[in-house]
Design a protein around this ligand. Sequence first.
Ligand code: ADP
Ligand code: GLC
Length: 484
Amino acid sequence: MHIAFAASECVPFSKTGGLADVIGALPPALASLGFKVTVFLPRYRQTKLDNPQTVIPSITVPFDDRYRFCSLLDGGVRSGVQFYFIEYPPYFDREGLYGTPLGDYHDNAERFALFCRAVLEAAKIVGTPDLFHCHDWQTALIPILLKTLYHDDPAFSRTPCILTIHNLGYQGLFPPEILPLLMLPWDLFTMSKLEFYGKVNFLKGAISMADFITTVSKKYSQEIQTAEYGFGLEGVLRARGSTISGILNAVDYVSWNPQADQYVAAPYSADDLIGKAVCKADLLKEFGLAQDTQVPVVGIVSRFAAQKGFDLIQQVADRLALEDLIMVVLGSGDRAYEEMFRRLNKQYPQKFALKIAYDNALAHKIEAGSDMFLMPSHYEPCGLNQIYSMRYGTIPVVRATGGLDDTVEQFDPRTLKGTGFKFREYSGETMLETLRVAIKVYRGDQKAWQALMRNGMAQAYSWTNSAREYAKVYERVRQMKAAT
Ligand code: ADP
Ligand code: GLC
């Protein structure tokens, strides 16, 4: 079966978050199960590509004011997967993927509409797939186009489309005038299709029109059908309840392996943890912190966005600064959180170490050198860092939501079972209490802590297993389509 992925980011070409990790890892896992997989991506200024060949010099994308002409580049075959890039410099040769720290690009609707149209046109030339698999709002127009403007295209008459929701918090909301500009019919602007409180909502349209929907954990697939986590789309999602499933992301253990990690000071494993102490000392040095390796180090590596729950840190910052811990924070994103962490770092330099950046090498050093990893997310569709942390013997302290709840098992010091510490209530107080419980085990019960580390390090979230789950969905959708 030939699957065509369309996505807005992918490791090693371009990345802002976990979506890129998934698009970099799931297609090769599917290819090793025997699928033919093609991945379509935009070519950004940041896209790392050596000598790509132009395979289609001109693809016409009609817009109401004037037609746009983009091209298709061949990015080559990697791990059995064919990569193609849509090139259109006026839209993609820019500082950021989606915007700047000041906000989203004003023409994101046009940018990703062009991308989706170009993917469909290119697919007809380089090979029509048996199924499209699109991801998040940026590629949400694909199922919409297939069910509307492309409905009568013989190339796609039997081509289903699956939508994976990695994050419902980003929906692609635009003013209604975008429809005529993109030459989309006004009859899409109804409550059962794209209309959402007077705006056009790309993701809502895809939720209504995709043949099947997946999310990146079971828990999140249930949460998004509730008012608390549905971002206003819970009703539409509930209506599709029988065609929604949750498939947990996995981890690329080649890149995230403490035994062979090019970025860390010393290798280590569950059988020999000495290297981890070396990594901790190295991390403290990197941040110019006092070399007291007894004090627990709590790592954070994250996009700074409301989703990630850093307002809980703000709520209890002064008390956190009095605790027996050091926080090491790496991240970038929303100005408000950057400023919050800058303030804390200035006020308590030995308690809140900070680097505002996107830095993969440092992300690895933090995973290896920390004792705990904090993810107090307000919501978390899957979350990858808690899974990396477990492999690095770094104990996750997480809010029990979405994938964090599905992947981290509460530690019980009596039975020595479990992989981390969880809290449910969304409050700074509860987060602080949970950190205190973790610190108590760390300080007071070395045997329990070592068991906890080893439990985490033994976890294996393999992409092959997740790919098998996707394979079942593909088969089911293909049969559904064949029956219609
Ligand atoms: P999300 O996709 O919501 O940002 P995930 O936990 O799924 O969250 O994935 C985040 C990915 O991005 C991880 O691979 C993480 O290591 C990486 N990451 C996030 N922020 C940074 C940063 N500042 N520097 C380096 N890597 C980062
Ligand atoms: C999103 C989510 C994150 C998930 C990632 C990959 O960005 O916020 O929880 O792990 O997508 O699916």
